[in-house]
Design a binder for this molecule. Structure first.
Ligand SMILES: [Fe+2]
Length: 230
């Protein structure tokens, strides 16, 4: 369990601060502190190394991840990792149409205790991060390519509502199924809901207004927003 979990959004479809570049994709830098030890995980890189580098500079961040994780086998999540030479050591999901059964798998991350990879088994396999923080489990999702419920709903229902759900929720403001699922999560104890990437603008605002209960320092989540859990 980590004393402090901080997340910085490096690439997203929308800006949260001025001076950053946007792109359809996602990249999140996680810093996990336990005592005097801090580990860094780069979760996705977005589509473009140029944009990722630009935003690192704009945000005053440096990239030296201990672990690199890719959520989805698609360039808008992995393109920058390939250009930066990080794809070779990234923990990746299986390719599309390679899984014959449904469900999910959990596996640990070598060298990083308190972090697990949650692999959703479906036609386009996708993996998320589960991080144990002092406040509860933090689920970081990349794209929710089939929508959050269809992609990770079965796993979340079996594992129990996490403290936080952060990332691409595959959601529009008219998506009854996934909005109902988020409402159920909020009722079951999920406090932080931070929608990014594959979440439409109106849906981001709706989720923050109706379901998120965690205090945030920004109006709209996007590139440059930061969250600290401790
Ligand atoms: Fe995506």
């Amino acid at each position: 369990m980590y004393d402090e979990v901080s997340l910085t959004v490096l690439v997203d479809d929308m800006p949260s601060v001025e001076g950053v570049a946007t792109a359809h994709g996602l990249s999140i830098l996680l810093r996990l502190r336990s005592g005097t030890t801090t580990r860094e995980i780069l979760f996705d890189g977005g589509p473009s190394a140029r944009i990722l580098r630009w935003n690192l500079e704009a945000l005053g961040e440096k990239l030296a991840p201990d672990v690199v994780v890719g959520s989805l086998m698609h360039y808008h999540h992995l393109g920058a990792l390939a250009r930066l030479g990080l794809l070779k050591r990234a923990l990746l999901p299986p390719p599309p149409l390679s899984i014959r059964r449904r469900g999910f798998l959990l596996r640990s991350v070598p060298g990083v205790p308190g972090v697990r990879l949650l692999l959703a088994l479906n036609p386009w396999p996708e993996q998320a991060l589960l991080v144990e923080s002092r406040l509860g489990e933090v689920l970081v999702v990349g794209c929710s390519v089939h929508g959050l419920y269809e992609t990770f709903g079965r796993a979340i229902s079996q594992l129990g509502a996490p403290f936080a759900v952060i990332g691409g929720l595959g959601l529009s403001s008219r998506d009854f199924v996934n909005l109902s699922f988020l409402r159920a999560l909020a009722r079951a104890g999920t406090r932080l809901l931070l929608p990014l990437h594959s979440t439409a603008w109106e849906a981001r605002r709706l989720v923050l207004e109706k379901y998120n209960k965690f205090p945030l320092d920004f109006e709209v989540p996007g590139v440059g927003c930061q969250v600290e859990l401790r």
